[in-house]
Design a binder for this molecule. Sequence first.
Ligand code: SF4
Ligand code: SF4
Length: 109
Amino acid sequence: MVDFGFGLVPSSRINLDLFDKDKYRELVKIEPDARICMACGSCTAVCTAGKFVHTSLREAIEDILNAKNDKALESLQACQLCGKCSMVCPRGINTRHLILSINKVYSAK
Ligand code: SF4
Ligand code: SF4
């Protein structure tokens, strides 16, 4: 093989079918709007708590989608439920209610 002086980067493709999606399924059952989030990050950009400590609803939803269940609540720990993010969501998601539902799903045994 010809040596071009560089190698191929290993594939970062992930097989979502191998992930345990139970928490995500539970969430969309009580909060169907979780499915329409397009990960635009508008909620994160205006987050009141995010100015002081890492807070991101977008990241929390992505973590749940990717079954990173141990990380899912980390991004919402400082949320003050002020509802500011719901005013900018282009999908019209009641983000405050969504955050409460995420907390509910992860506090249930
Ligand atoms: S409700 Fe929570 S996530 Fe949304 S803007 Fe307020 S502090 Fe940030
Ligand atoms: S603003 Fe709405 S659509 Fe955009 S990432 Fe946040 S919840 Fe999802």
